[in-house]
Design a protein around this ligand. Structure first.
Ligand code: GTP
Ligand code: MG
Length: 195
């Protein structure tokens, strides 16, 4: 895949607006502010194609990007406390709809977790959902640049206790700042696409 050829396709605010899946899709899931949009920009080598914001929970849309014959899907971030009930409902409809649509051609879900912190309840719920529904997924540990080596080691040991089936899950440390993990993530995408 030529990641430099990425294009923004559309944003959907309702699951019912999303057309039937006609191409393989790579989805990016995680709590608000974890770094989904930053990761997408990094792998596309773009500054702000997926809009990055320091204000979490701003956009409640699913955003589709295309690269050649596949889609990249930026899911709305969850778990932000200061959102209204209406927004939460919208989020549930979108994510629930998308991840529950087993006719979609979702190749892999990249589940992002902030490397600095223990996973939230929502993160664990998401991971359990992916496991229970046998959806292929990889965990991406974001903001790796913010941890010094000792803190990082401690966090990795803690994740092994906190995340169910951790030893069976492919985990990629990632930083949109240093570029750590970019090649590994792209390699996963290429590998899956060729099967
Ligand atoms: P929502 O769209 O609200 O769900 O958030 P998001 O997951 O798309 O997060 P976004 O990419 O907008 O990043 C949130 C904040 O974290 C921004 O201020 C980014 O600059 C910062 N950030 C993202 N990735 C990294 C990283 O790898 N390292 C550092 N140091 N900061 C990062
Ligand atoms: Mg975002």
């Amino acid at each position: 895949l030529n990641f430099n050829k990425a294009e923004f396709v559309t944003s959907y605010g309702k699951f019912s607006q999303i057309p039937k899946s006609d191409r393989p899709e790579f989805a990016f899931s995680g709590r608000s502010n974890v770094g989904k949009s930053s990761l997408i920009n990094k792998i596309f080598n773009r500054k702000n194609m997926a809009r990055v914001s320091s204000v979490p929970g701003k956009t409640v849309t699913i955003n589709f990007f295309s690269v050649e014959d596949v889609y990249f899907v930026d899911l709305p971030g969850y778990g932000y406390a200061n959102v209204s009930k209406a927004e939460k409902g919208k989020w549930g409809e979108l994510i629930g709809g998308y991840l529950g649509d087993f006719e979609r051609y979702v190749e892999i879900v990249f589940q992002l977790i902030d490397m600095r912190h223990a996973p939230s309840k929502d993160d664990i719920q998401m991971i359990n959902y992916l496991i229970d529904n046998e959806m292929p997924f990889v965990i991406v540990l974001t903001k790796a640049d913010k941890l010094k080596p000792t803190a990082r080691k401690a966090r990795m040991a803690a994740f092994a206790e906190e995340i169910p089936c951790f030893e069976d899950i492919h985990c990629i440390p990632f930083s949109a700042v240093t570029g750590e993990g970019v090649d590994e993530l792209k390699a996963v995408i290429e590998e899956v696409r060729q099967d």
